[in-house]
Design a protein around this ligand. Sequence first.
Ligand code: ADP
Ligand code: MG
Length: 616
Amino acid sequence: MSDIIQLLPDHVANQIAAGEVVQRPASVVKELLENAIDANATVIKLIVKDAGKTLVQVIDNGKGMSATDARLSFERHATSKIRSADDLFSLNTKGFRGEALASIAAIAHVELKSKQDVDELGTLIAIEGSEIKTQEVTVTPTGTSIAVKHLFFNIPARRNFLKSNTVELRHIIDEFHRVALTHPKIAFSMYHNGSEIFNLHESNYRQRIVNIFGTKTNEKLVPVEESTEVLTISGFVGKPEFAKKSKSEQFFFVNNRFIKSAYLHHAVNAAFEGLIKDGNQPIYFLNLTVDPKSIDINIHPTKTEIKFDDEYTLYAILRSSIKHSLGQFNIAPVLDFDHHINLDTPYDYKDKGATTPTVEVDRNYNPFKQEQIATRQNPAFRKPTPESWESLYVGLESKSTRDKQDFSHIEFESEPEKTSLFDGGLYVESTQSTYQFQNKYIISTIKSGMLMIDQNRAHQRILYEGLLKSMTVKEAVSQQLLFPLQLHFTGSELSILTQLKDDLEATGFVFSNIDDELVEIIGLPINVPDSEVSIILEQLISDVEQEVPDSNFSASDLLAKSMARSLAIKTGQSLTNLEQEHLVNSLFACKEPSVSPSNRTTFITMSIDEVDRKFT
Ligand code: ADP
Ligand code: MG
């Protein structure tokens, strides 16, 4: 039998490998910029034509290459950056695989000019599809210029696959941002079709952010600094009030590399929990420095993911240092989303104006006596319509709330243990009344003291259990839409939606079409207003995308959590007494009333003893 295995000719092997490194013009931009930085350049210029489809050129004033090195730089696995596998663990350069130039040269027309400081003359090399066309001596300044023309000229399929110029330019600018943010001490400029898009001088980090994202950014930034044994954090987060829908101003850099990490993103979000509206995105520019040995750096060249040895610690440190910064800069009090001007005024004074310091001490006033509390609610607050409120509870049994009220009274003066409270029987008085505090907490009484409930978290818990239930028993009721809703999604969003279709249907969604053209919805869960649908679905998709990699992914659980979050009454929303009571009762009808779906405390209790002690 004859042998059938052959080595691929170099140019074919190179083209295949090139596909890995170079996916679009932005990949070329990234590789060339990083090479310039590795060459210790202090001034780097990026020139782009037709969103990089015609030309990507990077000119640097770095250390340049000798004639031999210039030739060698186009060979696969030719690198000056590591010598042995051990070097991988002490890596402080961007590149190390020695693949980029070889790959780019395999699929484009490349012209390189380079000169070292010690040399009089430099080298010019022209190479097309891995074939050297010219190598000669040339007059050129110290540094390197690499021009990449006609990308994918020999792979038409790839070329056709490129997106519109707008999209490709967006990708290029994203790469440019990432590199420029990592190196504020380096001057960067960028030109597209002859016009200057960026001109960034040497600066500090804050100035660099502002130079890229606009002068208004300055007032938004809160510094974050933390230094521990395992991790150093420096950078900025945006003040919560500037959070927005888009994720365009979220940057993590680990050891000066831009990375994407759903896990760390989650940690930042956790620090902002309760400070920004659901669905809004915090702004952050965070640089983490860790021991290179503690991360897996041998990552795929086109991927921006990274693996940490000790994720849990990083998560905790990151979250707490951001919280700390937000607290230090007094961000926390500015939280009323609906902007009730009176929010911080004691209720009794509200309508009387600030000049009425009637702090009468009513010795007979008993804060645990129901009627008195009930009358203290401010009538000026906006009230949601009862129907909309009630509709949130469709599917929840009201009967079980009755049952829970029959709990016998227990003592919990010392060490109240949350979980046992309900098994042992927490007694919600039947003549119950409630009181809303700061449009955020519901205060109610229990036999032995008082109860403070976080309205948003509590409602999430209620909705979450309701949704899970309707998904498991598939008994959801839907409202039919008079006019079908038509929504558009990108390919990856669509694939997430398709995965979740069954579960969505179990909650009451009815789809008449899901394909790349169009998602058409003809029925909705009864408690979902059609104006909210696109927000809910977008939130859901982004929750799935950002799902913490370690946690056990369960589509229906995630869907229930996400929808509960979108639909739950928010902090800042005022509730009537009836609504408050309903919330309290429904919460205690839940299986796990003490925590929100994301495991946060939904209520705290304070016994009379504790209160008494405060008065000693
Ligand atoms: P890597 O960056 O992984 O080493 P590349 O293919 O990107 O691989 O580059 C190959 C080599 O060419 C580099 O190791 C470096 O020695 C040299 N080189 C590339 N670009 C430049 C530049 N702008 N200035 C100086 N040397 C460069
Ligand atoms: Mg490189």
